[in-house]
Design a protein around this ligand. Structure first.
Ligand code: ADP
Length: 439
């Protein structure tokens, strides 16, 4: 991943996390406020209806004698009483009751079984009978208006249940108000999320500016230092080659200088790959040819170590990717040479090439020493070695896998590893294919 895309990615992640946390807090607060509001209103309405019903209960208790029956006295004392299947006439008197009924209140009498007997000033069948004896519930009337109904048991003198008084009140206005609130929240929350996301993006940019700057400086330093070291090391190499130094010393010096040269080249390549300034020499590359070339180049190394190096291209096709050929070659060279380096004599290294879902998959499988589980997350870091002594013997600098990973990522691919100690390791490179041709 190049610096730019790395910082862009982190900035986006920060902005999304910020929007996510703020958005969920907002949603949670809104939800709690909504629940509290609805609960408070329902309680107020219930209490109001209970008080309203109690007034009647006291008034009625003296006249009611037989359960489920309204006595003549009661009927006389209640203007506008309307029995089931009877035409209901409006209340003539300008009583408080008629005022309340026109304000959206509802009143009816139910038998102990919950069936309707009569209602006051309204159709008794405005709502279905309450046979389940729901204590407090919301229901729509025949015109579709929403009501909240409350059931009050009425007892007669001997303590026996006479039936129920059901009082109700229209809550249509509250419901409309709640619906508009939901709409407002439905539109407001996405809008706020966009605003929060934008602010998060801006804040993350601000917070990352110094980090980005120091990271760039660090990388610039690595690139500059490597660049500056090239000339003196080249002179050193010439001196070692041309001066009459004892042969053993010369060989040792030569080895060290070669290591230094490789190290500097690797550092330069890494900083170019990560800064994304690498000249785009991209072309179509045939993976089949590339794996064969890598095998040919590393065969002498494998033979010297008595490791069997083989190649298995299962595909009927030639697979092509778009990329920088020398970089992909370098990546494969690093992985296969590692496999040979870390496999003891008599072991095997196999290179496989397959395709799946428009992806070219190259696996490099060895039967070597494997990598401890604790080291696996770190092996792609620069200069990381599983066991410093072990790697020093192999002459590695610890940059090989970091370079391989940077190259794979530059080519929008993936590099994964599976390994078991003393059993071997499998490195899998997945690269997006641009074409396949029949052999
Ligand atoms: P080095 O130059 O030390 O090989 P690399 O970056 O190529 O550096 O690898 C990092 C470390 O990962 C190595 O030191 C080695 O311990 C471990 N490693 C890499 N490839 C293999 C492998 N195929 N089998 C076992 N260990 C491996």
């Amino acid at each position: 991943m190049t610096n730019n895309s790395l910082f862009h990615h982190s900035r986006l992640k920060l902005a999304l996390a910020y929007a996510g946390v703020m958005g969920s807090t907002l949603l949670l607060c809104g939800y709690i406020a909504h629940i509290v509001m609805v609960k408070a209103f329902t309680r107020t309405v219930d209490r109001e209806l209970q008080i309203f019903g109690k007034v009647f209960e006291v008034k009625l208790q003296q006249d009611l004698k037989t359960p489920g029956e309204l006595s003549i006295n009661t009927q006389k004392s209640l203007p506008g009483l309307c029995f089931q299947k009877q035409v209901c006439l409006p209340i003539k008197s300008e009583s408080e009751l008629s005022d309340l009924l026109t304000q959206g209140y509802y009143l009816r009498f139910l038998k102990p079984s919950g069936e309707v007997i009569a209602a006051i000033g309204n159709n008794p069948d405005e709502f279905p009978s309450n046979v389940y004896l729901n204590h407090s519930y919301d229901i729509r009337n025949r015109q579709g208006e929403l009501y909240h109904l409350h059931l009050i048991p009425i007892k007669i003198k001997n303590g026996q249940l006479w039936g129920y008084l059901e009082v109700g009140r229209s809550i249509q206005k509250l419901n409309d108000y709640m619906n508009s609130l939901h709409l407002l929240l439905g539109l407001g929350i996405p809008f706020s999320m966009i605003m929060i996301g934008g602010t998060g993006w801006w804040l993350a940019g601000l917070a990352m500016q110094p980090i980005e700057k120091s990271y760039q400086q660090l990388q610039q330093f690595t690139a500059d230092a490597a660049h500056e070291l090239r000339t003196p090391i080249a002179s050193l190499q010439t001196i070692v080659e041309t001066n009459s130094i004892p042969q053993a010393t010369q060989q040792s010096l030569q080895r060290q200088v070669t290591r230094l040269v490789t190290l500097i080249q690797d550092l330069l390549l890494l900083s170019k790959l990560e800064s994304g300034t690498q000249a785009a020499k991209w072309q179509q590359i045939c993976l089949n040819d590339l794996v064969t070339d890598v095998e040919e180049e590393l065969m002498p190394m494998a033979m010297e170590k008595a490791v069997t190096l083989s190649i298995n291209v299962a595909e009927e096709n030639y697979c092509y990717i778009q990329g920088n050929e020398s970089q992909i070659y370098r990546m494969l060279l690093n992985l296969v040479s590692n496999a040979i380096k870390y496999t003891a004599a008599g072991g095997q290294v196999q290179i496989n090439l397959t395709t799946k879902d428009k992806q070219g998959i190259i696996t490099i499988k060895d039967t070597g020493m494997g990598i401890p589980v604790a080291d696996i997350p770190h092996i792609f870091e620069r200069f990381y070695r599983v066991n410093a002594d072990r790697s020093r013997n192999t002459g590695g600098s610890g940059l090989g896998l970091a370079i391989a990973l940077a190259i794979t990522q530059t080519h929008k691919g993936k590099l994964e590893v599976q390994s078991q100690i003393d059993q071997g390791s499998t490195f899998t490179v997945t690269l997006p294919l641009v074409a396949t041709l029949n052999k």
